[in-house]
Design a protein around this ligand. Sequence first.
Ligand SMILES: *Cc1c(COP(=O)(O)O)cnc(C)c1O
Length: 239
Amino acid sequence: MNREPLAENLARVRARMAAAAQRAGRDPSAVTLVAVSKTHPVEAIQAAYSLGVRDFGENRVEEALPKMAAVQAWLAQQPGAQPITWHLIGHLQSRKVAAAVGPFDLIHSVDRMKIARKLSQQSQARGLEQAILLEVNVAGEASKYGFRIEEIGPALAEIAALPHLHVAGLMTMAPLAANPDEVRPVFQRLRSLRTALAQRAPQFERSQLSMGMTDDFETAIEEGATLVRIGRAIFGERE
Ligand SMILES: *Cc1c(COP(=O)(O)O)cnc(C)c1O
């Protein structure tokens, strides 16, 4: 991809993000753009970096790691380069946990206790603290991964006892909808869940809400998203 449409796409996405934040009376700087570079080559990540993007999301560990290594090697050659924050946003298989711990700054897709336990073990073995989000299947769709809303309280209680994990917030994927207003209640429910959790654990008040993609990020920002995961609106349609 050449830089021209990428620069235009990014400018448009950033303007739409800022406008959505302003409509909701929010500070636009409270929302971080995670550019979803899955299926796109290293050059696309470098081009987006040179346009100011510092957060990238990938959904498959085995695709992401070589790309991340190449980008990090490139970054090391850039004088005064600012670091990249890497996000794992896709479903994490149990046997990929060991490889995911460390390279990813934030794992959005912790969708079951088994994965949380494995992440804790692997983080402990590496002597690092892994930041995670709990993925919530708000709409209860059979086709989607994630904890059900009522499972989050018990899951958090159990995770609190696991060493080397830091729960930084919640993530959801809204159902496909013809109109982004149809998914507004999903985003509202994720935010209410955070409010409910904050009553028991006040540190949750300011925790992350990872919600909103190309088709619904403005609605998600209006409803409180702090991280939006945007692929197609930045890099174009995937093959
Ligand atoms: C691919 C993906 C996105 C980005 O989707 P777009 O529609 O391209 O913006 C966001 N979140 C997850 C979990 C994804 O897998």
